[in-house]
Design a protein around this ligand. Structure first.
Ligand code: 5AD
Ligand code: SF4
Length: 458
């Protein structure tokens, strides 16, 4: 087994996690690292150096499974190379492709050691032990654990060991019961589940104590949140949870994603009115601007209901800006339906948005319907994106000369550059600057400071 130097100067084993897709997967990957840390595994930055490689996969859009198989093909070469020098490289596939493909992965890629789903990763230490107990013979009989277990994963996760960064994510809700016609999430992530509010608040306090200044509250259908209240009583909705998070000293920004229009309630809108830490930016996917298509998508809301929600949020906070997801070319979408989507975009005016061509996901209802030709989807996507990008440029132009709080969290692409996020999730890059700092603490190797500008505003 190869050994890499750990930060603490001890010896450990290497873990490499490649994360695909959404922020939920980013969160899950961090927790996988937390689970494997007590077994001596430390994150390394190259797959080639790792004793365990995990692909944490995403199944939401096109050719996801094929991309995973080609990545596995590449890793197999390195696994064999290490095998020849007597070292083991455990290959594990997790996430939504693993959930959807299951045993098929072990059949097509028999050298894979572990296949596990998004609801079973709390059992990773045991799966790794089982995989290591088997000879590395690539016989396709690796460990498979893609059941939806009766126990709750969150109850088995250790406290986070990895530093969160200044902009942290915190999963509060998982799974979805909506069954939109096009979406695999209810099948890969399973039924809707909300974590108890007390657990979430404890995790949030730990994140803030470890340096987080912003928390993005995460869930596949986050505003369906209905967690047990601390100390019993009625369940809390997302609006109530946000109010409680806002009481944590040092937590300066709160965001949440992703929401379903059908689950917006008055308490959530009121939180935007009353909680200054809640950012005035909302990602509220609508998918289509046509009631016919929304019905075919099983979205359970109308275009007018969505537009009313946008008005209510804007009335609660006048500086609100919106983002959305759109799908073009869902089965049944005609020219007039697509024109209605363009009209909705014109009417709302988005700060940014994501748009996709419909792509059939096996096992979902829309995949069985008559499909729209690809040329039609391509043309509609191009027209929609032209409009959305123009709106995004306009929104960014309108930011000129404004002074906005920006949370800097990473170096930029160019030397001497820093990047942060505006309240509206715009990436803001600035040249690193000399700033006046008051020294408030002293150690042997470094001294601690605060920006004097911050003291003035405190
Ligand atoms: N085809 C195209 N886009 C999809 N999305 C989800 N499933 C599909 C699909 N089968 C999009 C939706 C969703 C976002 C995360 O991905 O717009 O809101
Ligand atoms: Fe998928 Fe979102 Fe619809 Fe749930 S609400 S099925 S996660 S698109």
């Amino acid at each position: 087994m190869s050994e890499v130097e750990t930060e603490r100067g001890g010896l450990g084993k290497g873990l490499y996690i490649k994360t695909y897709g959404c922020q939920m997967n980013v969160y899950d990957s961090t927790r996988m690292a937390d689970l494997l840390a007590p077994l001596g595994y430390r994150l390394v930055s190259a797959a080639g150096d790792a004793d365990i490689v995990i692909l944490n996969t995403c199944h939401i859009r096109e050719k996801a499974a094929e991309k995973v198989y080609s990545e596995l093909g590449r890793l197999r070469a390195r696994q064999a190379e290490r095998g020849r020098s007597g070292e083991r490289m455990v290959l594990a596939v997790g996430g939504c492709v693993a959930q959807a493909e299951g045993a098929e992965i072990l059949r097509r890629a028999p050298y894979v050691d572990i296949v596990f789903g998004p609801q079973t990763y709390h059992r990773l230490p045991e799966m790794v032990a089982r995989a290591l107990a088997r000879p590395a013979n690539g016989d396709g009989r690796g460990v498979l654990d893609t059941e939806f277990p009766a126990e709750e994963k969150f109850d088995f996760l250790p406290e986070a060991a990895s530093p969160p960064g200044v902009a942290a994510i915190l999963t509060v809700q998982e799974g979805c019961d909506k069954f939109c016609s096009f979406c695999v999430v209810p099948y890969t992530r399973g039924a809707e589940y909300s974590r108890p509010a007390a657990d979430i608040l404890a995790e949030a306090r730990r994140l803030v104590a470890a340096g987080a200044r912003e928390i993005t509250v995460l869930g596949q259908n986050v505003n369906a949140y209905h967690g047990a209240a601390p100390g019993g009583g009625n369940e809390w909705g997302l609006g109530r949870l946000i109010r409680a998070l806002a009481e944590i000293a040092g937590l300066e920004r709160i965001r949440y994603t992703t929401s379903h229009p059908g689950d917006v309630d008055d308490a959530l809108i009121a939180a935007h009115r009353d909680v200054p830490q809640l950012m005035p930016f909302l990602h509220l996917p609508v998918q289509s601007g046509s009631d016919r298509v929304l019905a075919a998508m099983n979205r359970r809301h109308s275009v007018n209901q969505y537009r009313r929600l946008v008005e209510c949020f804007s009335a609660a906070r006048s500086d609100m800006a919106f983002s959305s997801d759109f799908i073009v070319g869902h089965p049944g979408e005609e020219d007039a339906d697509f024109a209605a989507t363009l009209a909705l975009v014109e009417a709302v005016g988005y700060a940014q948005a994501f748009s996709f061509k419909y792509s059939p996901r096996p096992g979902t209802p829309a995949a069985l319907a008559q499909q729209i030709p690809d040329e039609v989807k391509t043309a509609r996507l191009a027209a929609l994106q032209e409009l959305l990008w123009a709106q995004q440029r306009r929104f960014n132009e309108a930011s000129r000369d404004r002074v906005m709080p920006v949370l800097f969290d990473r170096p930029g692409r160019h030397p001497g550059q820093l990047i942060g996020r505006s309240p509206y999730l715009q990436s803001v890059h600035v040249a690193a600057a000399l700033l006046p700092v008051r020294i408030v603490g002293a150690g042997q190797n470094s001294i601690a400071g605060v920006l004097t500008a911050m003291e003035a505003s405190a």
